[in-house]
Write a protein that binds this ligand. Sequence first.
Ligand SMILES: NC(=O)c1ccc[n+]([C@@H]2O[C@H](COP(=O)([O-])OP(=O)(O)OC[C@H]3O[C@@H](n4cnc5c(N)ncnc54)[C@H](OP(=O)(O)O)[C@@H]3O)[C@@H](O)[C@H]2O)c1
Length: 308
Amino acid sequence: MSAAGDTEVQGLYRDCGVLVTGATGFLGKLTIEKILRSCPGVRTVYALVRPKRGISVDQRKKIVLDNVVFDRMKRERPDSVDKIVFVAGDCSSPRLGLSDSDYHHLTQHVNIVLHLAATVRFDEHLKVAVDTNVKGTMEVIALCHDCVSLKAAVFVSTAYSNCPQDVIKEEFYEPPMSVEETLAMLNKFTEHELAILSPKLIEPWPNTYVFSKAIAENVVLTQRKDLPVAIVRPSMVISTLKEPIMGWVDNMYGPIAIAIGVGLGMVRVIYSSEEVIMDIIPADMVTNCVIVSALATNTGQRLNEQTF
Ligand SMILES: NC(=O)c1ccc[n+]([C@@H]2O[C@H](COP(=O)([O-])OP(=O)(O)OC[C@H]3O[C@@H](n4cnc5c(N)ncnc54)[C@H](OP(=O)(O)O)[C@@H]3O)[C@@H](O)[C@H]2O)c1
């Protein structure tokens, strides 16, 4: 505890500007909610959000904050809503699609970056996967380099980014190809050719999602220079264990889709291997890990159960 009564994590976030990408998503919503509810000293949470399907960023802010997942935060920290600033941007665009004034403002006021935005579709077109997940990571790293007072940047990847390996340790692995080779490959083929050739081009990676995430990890490794960065690799994320409410989820990916199918009585048999472990983790444990990783990154300490 500090003199202000802060825990170590609250102390790190006190008076900080925090940039969260992917804030409209499943884990992004939980991340901003948890920071604002549990780190009352935080100055501002900037959410980089793109306009989508004719819905403006202001409208998206209202939709996001009307979600039930923010009810507890509004009750316990009524002032927290005023600390959220939605900034129009797009991770797949140069300089994150930010206006010059927003880019400048963020570089002056952001101290912690939590990069969650990604396309998580396994069957995403290779170009979109690379533009969003690889180029997006490059643009976030570039922004981090321009920040005048960065304490930590956390990049959310996946436990399966290096899935051709039998065992995944807390270390970097050789990417399928360098970022330069990846971009050259995209330039060599038309979008139609890429759609057809992708399964061969990305072998032995099984889908464009994990392929692009593996290259994104290599971008973090090779472009971070002296930045305080961390990579978090969650496995399959399921509903919340307890925070801010028990059992909350807002997507239908992977194990959630199976659970819904089983619950509806539509899925009665699943083809599987006895050898394979279905590695699932509740969403609130993931967001806690992402938030706390900024502390470990800033102080160079390793995480242990006490930190959570
Ligand atoms: N959920 C899991 O099981 C799981 C497991 C391991 C790792 N992860 C990682 O955790 C992170 C968050 O995943 P999630 O489950 O929360 O996914 P999600 O619900 O699909 O959210 C993805 C977020 O990324 C944003 N995004 C996508 N493309 C963008 C772009 N070009 N510019 C700006 N924002 C963009 C989306 O914004 P829009 O609303 O505008 O589309 C959305 O806010 C990802 O990095 C993912 O790889 C997730």
